[in-house]
Design a binder for this molecule. Sequence first.
Ligand SMILES: Nc1nc2c(ncn2[C@@H]2O[C@H](COP(=O)(O)OP(=O)(O)OP(=O)(O)O)[C@@H](O)[C@H]2O)c(=O)[nH]1
Ligand SMILES: [Zn+2]
Length: 294
Amino acid sequence: MAKGKIYQSLSGFYDVLSDDDNEIYRTRARGNFRKRGLTPIVGDEVEFEDGYILKLLPRTNSLVRPPIANIDQAIVTTAVKQPDFSSNLLDRELLALEVAGIQPVLYFTKTDLLSEAELKRFEVIAAGYRQIGYDVVLPKTAFSKESLAEIEKLLSSKENVIMGQTGAGKSTLLNHITPQLNLETGEISAALNRGKHTTRKVALLKVGDGLVADTPGFSSYDPIQLDARDLGQYFPEFKRASAKCRFRGCVHVNEPDCEVKREVETGEIMQSRYDNYLQIYTEIKNRKPNYKTK
Ligand SMILES: Nc1nc2c(ncn2[C@@H]2O[C@H](COP(=O)(O)OP(=O)(O)OP(=O)(O)O)[C@@H](O)[C@H]2O)c(=O)[nH]1
Ligand SMILES: [Zn+2]
């Protein structure tokens, strides 16, 4: 039996890069995977034989959307325009990554469409996310040498996934870093102001000296299966502040002497992060319990 890593997944086929001979083998999953509720995903380490994946090895981490396993870092690609910037979508993606234990990097696209004044606004937003502790790339000029060098350095020697809204410019960015990739990109429909889902498959690509999984985009992002009381743990700046909340287990909603709320008032914590936190908190609280067990 050979061991390898799934490099690409498309309509039920999995292309596995073999550890033994560095060749790609096209495989399918054995039926008993599905019975156990297991689906192989790109990034999975597997054992395979005669065109079939027989075993999935334990994952260090995984994401549901996009479906990917065993990665070091996620490039969260966010358009400043076309489609319109949504801090809510961004914070939901960051939340999913924090829960999965994957390091996020923020990359803002389409800055060429901004006026000077609008760019200033995004500089404030970028500074806010940097203060949380995230790496943020906000190219003053789209695809400038500096911004491409910056992202290439961040990707270097790591296994990365590039994720984000449909039409955010994920494939376009990868093409600029590594023109030989020649990935298909989509036209944004001006009338709808949203993308068209150009990328349909997940595939690991060699970009610089790192690996990047290009993935299909999405238009919304559900909150994670999470206990509302734990939500603040996955907002790093809330977690830091909560040591100073009066109550242990403070959820930063109605409690008195809440340090998170104090820091929102002083501007140390971004108001948008708090608003998005409250919205997700309420959504989780109101979610109907799901008693079905699989
Ligand atoms: N003006 C401008 N347009 C961009 C930029 N980046 C990407 N685009 C355009 O945005 C559209 C969508 O880009 P894609 O790279 O296909 O987006 P994607 O995120 O890969 O989309 P999906 O594969 O559907 O998820 C294309 O028409 C690109 O030319 C940018 O920095 N500036
Ligand atoms: Zn609090």
